[in-house]
Every structure is written in C-alpha cells, then in structure tokens.
Design a protein around this ligand. Structure first.
Ligand code: SF4
Length: 202
C-alpha cells in the first residue's frame, strides 16, 4: 500500500477505534488508544491494554512501562518513531484488570486491520495476552519468550511485557535478552549479521 494510502487507512482505524462501542470498555474509557507510529514500520509492538496514563493521554506506552520500552529500544539502536506500538484492546479495563476473552475478540478486527495496513516484517508481542491473541492461544511466555515464529509471512517474536520487568526485577535480564534477539532478527533479515535463533514455521 502506498504510504499516503496507508496513512489514510490508519487514520480511518483511529477514528473507528475512538468511536467504537463494540465491547463494554467504551463506557469507562477517558480516551481510546488506537496506537501510534510509522505506517511503514518494520516492527510492530503489541501489548495488552492501555493503563491509566495511556487512558488519560490517548497514546500507547507513555507511562512507566513505556519508559522501559523506550530504554530497550535505545539500547538496540531503534528509534521509537520508526516502530508502530499498539495493544490487543484499545480501551482501558477498569483498575488495570486483565482484558476478558470477549473484549479481546471484540477488538481483534481493529488490530488485524492495523497489521494488514502496516504489513510489518516483525511483530513483537509484549506479554501473554498479545502472544495468545496473535501467535498461539496456549503459548507460555516463560518457555517461549525470545523464540521467533513465522506465521503467514510475518515473523512473530514473543517477549515479556515491559511492565512485568517493573514488578519483577529478575525479568529485566530476560527482557534485555529478548530485545537483543529482536536486533539479531532484524540484522539477519537485512543480511548484516549471523543468523539469530532459527524461526519456527507455524
Ligand atoms: S476495547 Fe476495542 S472493541 Fe472495546 S470499545 Fe474499545 S475499541 Fe471497541
């Protein structure tokens, strides 16, 4: 899709999300959070749901977890402006509870449309909910984080959610290792580095 067409298509998704009432989460949102980033992004990050800061600002990953994400991106030399960041559900579940299966299902088409427009090389799922929505509904992040899988031409890399590293300091090493794996996957795709861990075809 030409970049201008893609931008227009993403703006259309934004407008649909901001007026969406497909699940009950619209009732308690301050602002819906469609996602943001480059329409021609090579990498998409998909988290779980907006938190309090995101709900107030209408932007993804602007709170403490966003700072962890930004730090990790900087460490591997990736500009946040060059990626696209969104969540599985676009409106905040009250009290930051887990999104329900019905809410994830209701919001799924918004996410799939964004993926189709951006057509990224790599999708990094952040945490269990995104991995189970996009990769495998039984995946274990503890066992599978950092292991790329190719599905329908897109490379998926499940990694820990940055918020998990805020709550459990021991996970920061795993998160850093996952981001190094992301760097290796991108370098491999560009033909500038030794092959990272082999992707499993799903
Ligand atoms: S969470 Fe998704 S499906 Fe539910 S109201 Fe918000 S945009 Fe619509």
């Amino acid at each position: 899709m030409a970049s201008s067409d893609g931008k227009q298509a993403l703006e259309q998704v934004d407008a649909e999300v901001r007026s969406c009432r497909l699940c009950p989460l619209w009732r308690s949102r301050t602002k819906a959070v469609p996602g943001e980033g480059a329409v021609d992004a090579e990498i998409m990050f998909v988290g779980e749901a907006p938190g309090g800061d995101e709900d107030r600002q209408g932007r993804p990953f602007v709170g403490a977890a966003g700072r962890v994400l930004a730090e990790q991106l900087k460490k591997i030399g990736i500009d946040r402006q060059r990626v696209f960041i969104t969540n599985v559900v676009k409106c905040r579940p009250e009290g930051n509870r887990d999104p329900s299966p019905a809410e994830i299902e209701a919001c799924r088409d918004h996410l799939l449309t964004q993926i189709a427009i951006i057509n990224p090389r790599v999708i990094c799922t952040l945490g269990r909910f995104a991995a189970r929505t996009l990769i495998d509904n039984r995946i274990s992040i503890t066992r599978e984080h950092g292991k790329p899988r190719r599905i329908s031409g897109i490379l998926y890399l499940p990694i820990y959610h940055p918020a998990a590293a805020l709550h459990q300091a021991r996970l920061i090493d795993s998160l850093e290792s996952d981001f190094r794996q992301l760097r290796a996957v991108l370098d491999d795709a560009a033909g500038t580095a030794p092959a990272p861990q082999t992707a499993i075809d799903a």
